[in-house]
Design a protein around this ligand. Structure first.
Ligand code: SF4
Ligand code: SF4
Length: 392
């Protein structure tokens, strides 16, 4: 029997006991904050209580009281969660659900109950510095202008693994925009390692800390003052996880959306006028719920462009339904991840939009997989691509 003192979730004991079992994290429809259902797992599976936040609180309470054993089934329940934070957003007693889930995933990892797919992801990150296991030497094959690599500059563009190895169109679009803005920036190239996000989320904390420490040291060595991100997951990890383990960072961090919005406001970015297009915007969980403050910058940027007509999905902003990819779901349970993305796209279809736009390469990847699986009549696009296509 596990002693409670040996568990990482013991630090959250009061939080776990705060759960009133109200079930708001299980199901809710509420017009005033665009809530339409809460938990993507409940909505896309048989809906058993154990998989909701309420159920998980009860399971962890039983673990703390020594009434439940650690088993592979328990691990399966806790890893079938995209750590999207929608339960946290709607919890009336403000339980930091996702922090607790992440701590419990570490407890599971300590007892060798991580999913094999997540262990493999960690091993690939150790050897190739990215969770995809792609050769690190190919990290910047998308980049034509190698003079930007590891040069002296005050700003670094941290590309992230998904844009480096899978959705390279986002890296290319961001690079093009930064050049158009005349930003003096550099890329870390082969010195950029995974930010650690998938490892922090799946309980592989030691590997996550190793890659994070490397990135911090390399950015310091290059004398970087500011980092720009086109990946919502990387930004969130630098903002919330890095300071937790390494203290206050020596550099500022900024999303590419904020950089572009600021340039548009100052009249520094010329975009071609276009006939009006209808789009909808999918808020990445990392951006709208998991950063220090909900970041509405992408939405403000969209609204600042006159030829874009933004139509909102039924669940949006802080109540946005997850795409299904995060928290290790895409690697651990790929079919369910695509099912969740399909449900999300189905919210966009009645809006008759040309593009479903987001600001997270991993959202784009999973939503695109669902779009292609069903041949839905819309294109999944990153906001940087939408803008880069219209640079003068
Ligand atoms: S919303 Fe919060 S208090 Fe209510 S059941 Fe869920 S975790 Fe417990
Ligand atoms: S974090 Fe998201 S997926 Fe996980 S239990 Fe909460 S609402 Fe469900």
């Amino acid at each position: 029997m596990t002693e409670a003192k040996d568990l990482r979730i013991t630090q959250y004991r009061k939080e776990i006991y705060k759960c009133t079992r109200c079930g708001y994290c299980r199901e809710m429809v509420r017009e005033r904050d665009n809530t339409f259902r809460i938990c993507p797992i409940r909505e896309n599976t048989a809906g058993f209580e154990a998989y909701t936040s309420k159920g998980k609180m009860m399971l962890m309470r039983a673990i703390l009281e020594g009434e439940l054993e650690f088993t592979p089934k328990l691990a399966e329940i806790f890893f079938t969660c995209s750590t999207c934070g929608n339960c946290r957003e709607h919890c009336p007693v403000d339980i930091a659900t996702t922090d607790i889930f992440e701590a419990f995933r570490c407890d599971l990892a300590d007892r060798e109950l991580s999913l094999p797919q997540h262990i493999l992801m960690g091993q690939k990150t150790l050897t190739e510095k990215n969770p995809y296991g792609e050769p690190q030497s190919t990290r910047v094959v998308w980049l034509e202008e190698t003079s930007y690599l590891q040069k002296e500059a005050p700003i670094a563009y941290f590309v992230g693994c998904t844009s480096s190895f899978r959705q390279v169109e986002i890296a290319k679009a961001t690079f093009k925009i930064l050049k158009a803005l005349g930003v003096d920036f550099t890329l870390l190239g082969s010195d950029e390692w995974c930010c650690g996000s998938p490892l922090f989320r799946t309980g592989q904390i030691e590997i996550a800390k190793t890659v994070a420490q490397h990135n911090i040291e390399k950015l310091k060595e290059l004398g970087i003052k500011q980092i720009y991100f086109s990946c919502a997951g990387c930004f969130r990890t630098f903002q919330t996880d890095y300071p937790k383990y390494f203290g206050k960072l020596d550099f500022k961090i900024e999303s590419i959306s904020k950089v572009i919005l600021s340039a548009i406001k100052k009249g520094e970015l010329d975009l071609k006028d276009e006939p009006s297009i209808n789009i909808t915007y999918h808020d990445p969980c990392h951006t709208i719920r998991m950063t220090k403050k909900p970041d509405q910058t992408p939405r403000k940027l969209i609204k600042a462009i006159p030829w874009i007509n933004l139509k909102e999905m039924r669940s949006s902003q802080k109540s946005s339904m997850c795409c299904g990819a995060g928290g290790g779901m895409k690697g651990g349970y790929p079919e369910l991840a695509i099912k969740i993305a399909t449900t999300r796209i189905q919210q966009a279809l009645p809006l008759n939009v040309k593009y479903l736009v987001s600001t997270c390469p991993f959202c784009k990847r999973n939503l695109s997989d669902a779009q292609q699986a069903h041949n839905y009549p819309l294109e999944i696009l990153d906001l940087t691509e939408l803008i880069a296509r219209r640079l003068k």
